[in-house]
Design a protein around this ligand. Structure first.
Ligand SMILES: *Cc1c(COP(=O)(O)O)cnc(C)c1O
Length: 416
């Protein structure tokens, strides 16, 4: 058997065999990742990479963090799974932490971002049918260029045709409006009311991640909160990518200065162990026993790990690190983009979710740069064809930010 710890005995990885047996739903880069430590990854040939993808904004504490190792080891020996037939102490402790450090009053646990959003959509529908009167056709407004997941309801909620193509009929009850545009929200609410349907919720990302790292506009969200209050409309935030400290605050909504009624979390919550959570305020907590469930949701293993991730964020002052490293990264990226005014339009983001946008009129795509960067030992993520996304672990150091931007600089010299 191979020794996965010993990096110095490279063993050929069989890409063809992999592609034979694994369904080809992903366009994969031709490296096989084998080991990680901190913000670094190694492939099966022993090549080292600086990881500015973090499992897509997921490995909050990086790789092989001692606190994670300790909790994983202890919990697996104690108890890893039990049914929600019973009370699970770790689940309760995690829910309490989340409630203590957010505007929510209660939490439902599941296993991914899409599932958390599904739960939010079901909660909204149930609230509409059981609390609001005369609402046969509840509509949820979502944003164009949003991303909410890959299940049928969440691709229906996602305002990007490329995720919906060939999967119709979609789940009805979603209407898309441009992001950061309050006038369209107001007009749509009025128009739908005339047609005997009713907007019961608005569901948005505080910052659009997959859609191109587009931060929410503070004034827009302030007005939106007001409109929702005045019209009995639930405000739902998808915090799957931007929550858990990535914005430099624990929750993206803190950045916007408005509280949602319902919000979801997943990616960074357990630092790379699969988890999802849907949280809400007491007044809309209407999912009674038997109306929603998840076999794995909130099991002892994953909730113990998530609690360790959250406690470590506090203990290691990671929010401060996210803010400082974010500033540093954006400053370096601005310097780089200013060097290439013909390639880039702007740098944008919050904390450690940042993007640089390529000009539409040039041929170069974010994928071209990502591929070139991999060759030079830097992992980056595209966010659509024209945006390059930087989402390192929240523990990333000053030196690692310097190294990453240095590599990017070299890459651009080569390909521009
Ligand atoms: C990644 C993501 C999802 C989907 O999460 P999965 O865990 O892949 O189901 C949903 N919403 C947002 C904002 C995301 O970034």
């Amino acid at each position: 058997m191979r020794n996965s710890v010993d990096l110095h005995t490279p063993e050929a990885f069989d890409y063809n065999e992999f592609d034979t047996y694994v369904m080809r739903t992903y366009e994969r880069f031709p490296i096989a990742i084998e080991k990680g430590q901190g913000c670094r990854l190694w492939d099966t040939e022993g090549r080292e990479y600086l990881d500015f993808v973090a499992g897509i904004a997921t490995c909050t504490l990086g790789h092989a963090h001692p606190a994670l190792i300790e909790t994983v080891t202890q919990q697996i020996q104690k108890l890893h799974h039990a049914s929600n037939f019973y009370y699970i102490p770790e689940q309760g402790a995690l829910a309490k932490w989340l409630v203590d450090y957010s505007c929510a009053d209660s939490v439902f646990f599941c296993n991914s971002g899409a599932e958390a959003n599904e739960a939010a959509i079901k909660l909204v529908r149930k609230y509409a049918h059981t609390v609001l009167d005369s609402c046969e056709q509840p509509v949820i407004l979502t944003a164009k260029s949003s991303f909410h997941g890959r299940t049928l309801a969440t691709i229906s909620a996602t305002g990007q045709p490329k995720y919906q193509k060939d999967f119709d009929p979609l789940v009805p009850g979603f209407v898309y409006v441009p992001y950061n545009d309050i006038k369209t929200v107001e007009d749509t609410i009025t128009d739908l009311h005339k047609k005997n349907s009713r907007v019961v919720a608005v569901m948005l990302e505080p910052l659009q991640g997959e859609g191109g790292v587009r931060p929410g506009d503070l004034e827009y969200f302030l007005q939106l909160r007001k409109i929702c209050d005045e019209n009995n409309i639930l405000l739902v935030f998808d915090e799957v990518q931007v929550g858990i400290g990535r914005s430099g605050k624990l929750w993206g909504y803190e950045y916007l200065g408005v509280e949602p009624d319902i919000f979801t979390s997943a990616k960074g919550l357990a630092g790379g162990i699969p988890i999802g959570a849907m949280m809400c305020k007491r007044f809309c907590d209407v999912l009674s026993p038997g109306t929603h469930a998840s076999t794995f949701g909130g099991n002892p293993f994953v909730t113990a790990v998530a609690l360790t991730v959250l406690k470590t964020i506090k203990k290691e002052n990671l929010l401060q690190n996210v803010q400082a490293r974010g500033e540093q990264l954006r400053a370096s990226l601005r310097a780089i983009t200013q060097k290439y005014p013909t390639l880039f339009t702007e740098v944008r983001g919050w904390g450690l979710i940042n993007g640089i946008e390529l000009k539409q009129e040039i041929k170069l795509t974010s994928l071209d740069i990502v591929k070139a960067a991999i060759k030079d030992g830097l992992l980056l993520a595209p966010a659509g064809p024209k945006v390059l996304r930087f989402i390192p672990p929240l523990i990333v150091s000053e030196t690692e930010i310097e190294q990453a931007t240095e590599i990017l600089g070299q890459v651009l010299v080569k390909i521009s």
